[in-house]
Write a protein that binds this ligand. Structure first.
Ligand SMILES: [Zn+2]
Length: 193
């Protein structure tokens, strides 16, 4: 798995509460997810594993060198409810011809959209099982558009008015849902020719 905790360094992202910048939350969530996947023997590669600034090109470069079965971009927000799932809004093109080694960088994701939408629907189903509402949308977002892998951007919002992002039980449900979806995804992926 490729996990991309959004923001970092001087780019703090949103303030989720007075003490928690988004950059800290996304890295903590990625660490929890890495631990869960690791307990199943699934390795995660991070675009950043410390509080450093990283531009979209650097993130996409790490993602595209990882040859990961899935790339997950993690954001968080204090507005809205549940999880917001985004796939790239680039117009889909046919799967890349393997003889063409170089994909156009800015739009590399266009060749992966069918699998990205499948990945998104697997994540959506796992969230439903955990009773976490999810909104599904398409957007043009870096580094998502440049990722050459099945890729979904996930923005975590509070579950409801009484359950903020910092709620440990909610965090655990999020991790359990993503862990379940990504574990199933990876075993499907390996069975493909
Ligand atoms: Zn963000």
């Amino acid at each position: 798995m490729l996990l991309d905790p959004a923001h970092g360094g001087a780019d703090t992202g949103a303030m989720l509460d007075p003490a928690t910048p988004e950059k800290t939350y996304t890295l903590a969530l990625a660490n929890q997810l890495r631990a869960a996947l690791g307990s199943r023997g699934i390795r995660s590669i991070f675009t950043r594993d410390s509080d450093v600034a990283l531009d979209s090109t650097a993130r996409a470069t790490i993602a595209n060198r990882s040859h990961a079965s899935a790339c997950i971009v993690l954001h968080a927000t204090s507005t809205g409810n549940g999880m917001h799932l985004f796939t790239s809004s680039l117009p889909a093109v046919k799967e890349a011809d393997p003889r063409r080694a170089f994909l156009p960088w800015q739009t590399a994701q266009a060749s992966y959209e069918t699998s990205s939408l499948r990945l998104e629907s697997d994540v959506d189903a796992a969230l439903t099982q955990q009773h976490i509402p999810a909104l599904v949308a398409r957007t043009s977002l870096m580094p998502l558009d440049s990722m050459a892998c099945p890729a979904v951007a996930i923005e975590v919002a509070p579950l409801d008015a009484n359950t903020p992002l910092s709620n440990p039980g909610y965090q655990q449900k999020i991790v359990d849902a993503l862990d379940a979806a990504l574990t199933a995804w990876r075993s499907d992926w390996r069975q493909q020719p």
